[in-house]
Design a protein around this ligand. Structure first.
Ligand code: NAD
Length: 500
């Protein structure tokens, strides 16, 4: 057991079950600010037995919430958006201190984006409907009911803690499901705040429950729980496959948002300045800890040298520093262990032919920082080009024309996001059709909006977050077929028995 932290540390209950904060009996866990190693909060981790309690609370709350009129659900969720907006400063501060992300990113992207998403689903809760009712057989009226799938177990990562929680929780709540969420143990604070504000907004007790716990015990107990109905997950591909296997034991539905290795394809007619700026922003967002981050620039040979020089120059000007400082562009990686993993991958790159143009080292300061890094001339087979680095690292290769560019873009097991840079509408159309991924940006890389879906193909998973499409994960489709003839002996009965 860890000793209690000093009185400057915020001691918070690590779980939220049945509408109230709960101090579970697990070991004490410190949430650490990766920018300086300070302890942000200390909380008790949940244990596998707590999963039963949280799932039971969600099960008990399900009938009432799923049968509430859409306007009742919408009203609670709209109030949650209002409360989140009113507490935005506190949420931003929590997000910055537990992740180390720059305050400009948390304040202009994570938190307002999450609030917008909550507001979107508050509205969408009132628009759920089935397809038209009709008499397909001539003798029956068929109609479609879309019903809440039930209790949702969800597991989220540390890179965008609030946003990833909102993407999973809000469509589930809007659809009438109840939820048990396990955030990453490194970054549980804003998910706990979300649950507290939801209760304050009038969400009935038990509809949203949070368990802070380790993946190996609480996460796997939740994913494999008999009494949940669907398991949704955002995280790495390796863990996602374990989660799917655990859920499959009970035949439960899964939705998986997994890793990525996004191609950034620059055609020979591209606006070079736009592509250079896009590559730096797209690869460094959230210190590169973004599943859609640009990681594989595939650049027309004619533009290659200028692109590499331009990206290197802009990366060199990026301000690495204190996340609390509004002038900081790039914060630390999530932990020293993760920084060491990124550093080791970059260190192996020259051995596989990569040329480090800029970065390639940790700056001389405390905290788990790593410099913006550009690796040119990487081989198609090299580790930095094929595997997810999840750090501020962009790799570059040249291409020899459109066919080669698109072949290279698709030469990956992942398929989450991609971008194509061109002024030619036909090339843009071809790239958007032929690149295999859940999203293709044209002349931009990263923007997301609540109205449009996010989710991958291949090793990046399946199913959608955000937008009306995400409701498919949280609703079942029920066919109701009503006889409209009133006839006692139906025509089709002849196939089974003949009245003599
Ligand atoms: P991770 O897979 O290590 O952990 C994700 C979550 O799973 C955490 O809550 C963790 O505690 C839990 N977990 C770990 N082992 C488990 C187990 N055996 N059973 C159940 N749960 C378990 O991922 P991470 O390091 O937190 O996040 C980074 C990864 O997330 C990257 O691969 C990134 O690409 C991916 N990601 C994907 C998306 C997307 O939308 N596709 C979005 C964000 C992050």
């Amino acid at each position: 057991m860890t000793a209690l932290a000093s009185d400057k540390t915020r001691i918070v209950p690590g779980s939220w079950i049945d509408g109230a904060p709960v101090v579970t009996g697990g070991s004490l866990h410190r949430v650490v600010n990766p920018a300086d190693g300070s302890v942000v909060a200390e909380l008790a981790l949940a244990q596998p037995a707590d999963v039963d309690t949280a799932v039971a609370a969600a099960r008990a709350a399900l009938t009432g919430w799923s049968r509430a009129a859409p306007v009742e659900r919408a009203t609670v969720l709209a109030k949650l958006a209002e409360l989140a907006d009113a507490h935005a400063e506190q949420i931003i501060a929590e997000e910055v201190s537990q992740t180390g992300k720059p305050v400009r990113l948390a304040g202009e992207f994570d938190v307002p984006g999450s609030i917008d998403n909550i507001a979107f689903f508050a509205g969408a809760a009132r628009h759920l409907e089935g397809k038209a009712t009709a008499e397909y057989s001539g003798g029956h009226t068929s109609s479609i009911r879309r019903e809440a799938v039930g209790v949702v177990a969800t597991i989220t990562p540390w890179n965008y803690p609030l946003q990833m929680a909102v993407w999973k929780v809000l469509p589930a709540l809007a659809a009438g499901c109840s939820v048990v969420i396990k955030p990453a143990e490194l970054t549980p604070l804003t998910t706990l705040t979300l649950a507290r504000l939801a209760t304050e907004a009038g969400l009935p007790d038990g509809v949203l429950n949070v368990l802070t716990g380790a993946g190996a015990d609480v996460g796997s107990a939740l994913a494999g729980h008999r009494d949940v109905d669907v398991v949704t997950f955002t995280g790495s591909t390796a863990v996602g496959r374990r989660v799917m296997a655990a859920a499959a034991v009970h035949g439960h539905r899964t939705q998986l948002e997994l890793g990525g290795k996004a191609p950034f394809v620059v055609f020979d007619d591209a606006d070079l300045d736009a592509a250079i700026n896009g590559a730096v922003a797209g690869s460094l967002i959230n210190t590169g800890q973004d599943c859609t981050a640009a990681t594989r620039a595939i650049v027309a040979r004619e533009l290659y040298d200028d692109f590499v020089a331009g990206v290197g120059e802009v990366m060199g000007k990026v301000v690495v520093g204190d996340p609390q400082d509004p002038d900081t562009d790039l914060g630390p990686l999530i932990s020293a262990a993760h920084r060491d993993k990124v550093a080791a991958m970059v260190a192996r790159a020259p051995g596989e032919g990569g040329r480090i143009v800029t970065g390639g080292a940790a700056p001389d300061r405390p905290g788990s920082f790593y410099l913006p890094t550009l690796i040119a001339d990487v081989a198609e087979t090299s580790e930095v080009y094929r595997d997810e680095i999840f750090g501020p690292v962009l790799t570059v290769r040249a291409h020899d024309g459109d066919d080669d560019a698109l072949r290279q873009a698709n030469d990956t097991e992942y398929g989450l996001a991609a971008s194509a840079w061109t002024r030619d509408v036909y090339r843009a159309q071809r790239a958007s059709r032929e690149i295999s991924s859940g999203c293709v940006w044209i002349n931009d890389h990263i923007p997301i909006i609540s109205e449009m879906p996010h989710g991958g193909v291949g090793a990046s998973g399946f199913g959608k977050d955000m937008s009306d499409y995400s409701f498919e994960e949280y609703l079942t489709i029920k066919h109701v077929m009503s006889d409209i003839t009133g006839v006692a002996e139906k025509e089709w009965h002849r196939t089974i028995f003949k009245r003599r």
